[in-house]
Ligand binder design. Sequence first.
Ligand code: RP5
Length: 162
Amino acid sequence: MKKIGIIMGSDSDLPVIEKATAQLKALDIPYEVHIYSAHRTPDEAAEFAQDARENGFGVLIAAAGMAAHLAGAIAARTTLPVIGIPCKSSVFDGMDALLSTVQMPTGIPVATVAVNGGANAALLAAQILAVNDEDLAKKLQQKRFADAAAVLKKDAEIASAL
Ligand code: RP5
């Protein structure tokens, strides 16, 4: 199976990344995590993106806050699908990172998930890999059934509690 590459702009983004790695672990998908910044370590970020396909990655996830150029800078250097996670910082409620991540110029797409949306980034990456992987597609369908069952259980509980 292809690996998923996860890059965060700073170790302060770790809580968001942990939401992604929890999903990937549950689905048994191999991944690698790195801290590379579009601004602080631009050469390392570019090199990682440039070599990612050759190094066995199928999808890349890039998480950054503030002037969040990481996902776009990664996407500029690869034709692998890139998923951007805007991270919330102490000001602007993540709106700065959201706009910096989502507003990509035509030709260099970044599939942007919600602010701090680590879990959905991982699930979207898994769904992309599942296009060519029947076993993974089945696992994702089972997860959907389990998630729905959990909601219906809460529905039954709330009905009897009130
Ligand atoms: C971004 O700046 C990082 O992705 C992080 O979300 C934000 C703040 O970084 P630190 O100052 O906490 O390292 O590049």
